[in-house]
Design a protein around this ligand. Structure first.
Ligand code: ZN
Ligand code: ZN
Length: 483
């Protein structure tokens, strides 16, 4: 493995620190490294490091020592050079890097995070033409990168023509997501571009960060290998609005299935943060139902004292349906459902649930007086309707997430009618342990029931995400997701 972008900081001139860095690399099975630090820096808040002939001389002498001490390691010396249009700076830095004698120069554009993306890309292109570089560092692909593919392609092309290697930076600051990686690899193939992997570590603990994962991804992209991702569960509720929502993605690894909560919109799906680890023998349909039921379970289980068996669920999408399932399992029978569009399969689905749970579920078409209301639409008007129609002392559970610009609830109504209101946001207010434990219980319970009918499985259809986002009133939706 290689890590071709490691900042040494004090280790530039301190041989003992440099040795610690080498040891750390060996520990991580990294056998090819590029030790470096910044040259001159344009920004006054950054201190230059490798811009003084004496310092560079000590640095290179120390590099030679560790090379002798660790003959099995390939150790390169380098400078990460900063680019600027400022004439004085450019002259100074050009002199610095050409006279330095280090093995490899990385050229990076810094300090343009607020600049127009077009200007940032142009700076990279100009840097390639002006600086004598070996590697172009951390080229950022911003959200809007797909509108600038002509410039990005030009950068890759010029780099190839000049024999400049393109860095695949694995730091959180600059890492390309899987979609972007596939795009860049396609350009590398087209122009015969070479690349290196660099963690851009600024601390010893950051050496090798995300490098092994990147090797796995590269292998998959380059060989068109089977993807890790099997299925995605669309959680649609929040996607309609600005936050763009999230998506659960299952992934099999070492006999475990991980259900990963990931941002869906930009397909950023390479994180294990916030993931559930499940055994592989759970059916994906079971996972889908249980995943949505979790939201109701987290809310309802602690407040059953306040829920009487006279319930109205408003909204019958994923959240509403899974909530119904949970209430039935908790022993509630008298449940009404208000939804503005009843589908054929929903009617037959309810019949089956009534049989299984010996319950009395029915569709209704207006909000009347019930003991308990479960709001699963996320619409403020619905909440207001409940307030207007309910009697004293009833319970209101908010499972939908209202995101309207204004809220229509009058606090005085709560006061006058003595309402009990409970919120049910799934992701906040509960520890991961709590969620994991409950989720596993639901998975086991749901194995006993026949909920598959309520899950739509989509396979290999084109443009499936848009299709699902446009469709309404499905129960639980699961798609096969192939990036
Ligand atoms: Zn940098
Ligand atoms: Zn760097």
């Amino acid at each position: 493995m290689e890590d071709m972008h490691i900042h040494l900081k004090a280790g530039v001139t301190d041989i003992n620190i440099m040795r610690e860095y080498v040891e750390k690399c060996r520990e991580l099975n990294i056998n090819k490294v590029l030790f470096l630090d910044h040259g001159n820096r344009m920004s006054p808040k950054h201190t230059p490091v490798l811009n003084n002939p004496e310092v560079i001389k000590t640095f290179l002498a120390n590099i030679n020592i560790v090379r002798r001490e660790y003959p099995d390691m390939e150790i390169k010396s380098g400078i990460e050079s900063d680019f600027s249009y400022d004439e004085d700076f450019k002259k100074k830095e050009l002199k610095n890097i050409t006279e330095s004698g280090v093995d490899l120069i990385i050229g990076s554009v810094h300090g343009m995070s607020k600049a127009d993306y077009k200007d940032y890309l142009q700076a990279n292109l100009d840097m390639l033409n002006i600086y004598p570089l070996n590697i172009i560092g951390h080229l950022k692909l911003r959200k809007e990168y797909e509108d600038y593919t002509d410039m990005i392609e030009e950068i890759v092309k010029v780099a190839s023509q000049k024999n400049i290697i393109v860095e695949i930076n694995t730091s959180e600051r600059s890492r390309w997501d899987l979609h972007q990686l596939e795009y860049m690899i396609s350009l590398f193939k087209k122009y015969n571009t070479t690349y290196t992997l660099g963690s851009d570590a600024h601390k010893i603990e950051e050496i090798g960060y995300h490098i092994p994962e990147m090797y796995i991804k590269l292998d998959k992209v380059l060989n068109n290998a089977k993807r890790d991702i099997e299925y995605s569960i669309v959680s649609r509720g929040t996607e309609k609005y600005g936050s763009k929502g999230y998506m659960g993605i299952t992934k099999n690894e070492n006999g475990k299935r991980h259900l990963i909560l990931a941002r869906h919109y930009d397909r950023y799906i390479d994180t294990y943060k916030d993931s559930f680890e499940l055994s592989e023998n759970y059916d994906i349909r079971n996972i889908a139902v249980s995943r949505f039921e979790l939201m109701s379970a987290l809310t309802i289980d602690s407040i059953t004292n306040f829920i009487k068996d006279d319930i109205l669920i408003i909204g019958f999408g994923n959240v509403g349906f899974s909530c119904l399932v949970h209430l039935l399992k908790k022993g509630y029978h008298n449940i009404s459902i208000l939804t503005n569009d009843i589908k054929e399969f929903q009617i037959s689905g309810l019949e089956q649930l009534n049989k299984t749970f010996n319950s009395n579920i029915q569709f209704v078409n207006e909000i009347k007086n019930y003991n308990t209301y479960i709001e699963a639409t996320g619409n403020s008007n619905v909440i207001k309707d409940i307030f207007d129609n309910t009697n004293n002392g009833s319970t209101l559970i908010l499972l939908g997430t209202p995101r309207d610009a204004e809220y229509l609830i009058d606090p005085l109504d709560i006061h006058r009618k003595n309402l009990k209101i409970f919120g049910g946001h799934e992701l906040n207010g509960h520890t991961m342990d709590e969620r994991r434990k409950l989720f596993k219980e639901l998975l086991n319970e749901n194995k006993k029931y026949n909920f598959e009918k309520f899950v739509n499985i989509y396979m290999d259809e084109t443009n499936i995400v848009n299709k699902i986002l446009e469709s309404k009133n499905n129960f639980i939706e699961v798609i096969r997701y192939e990036v």
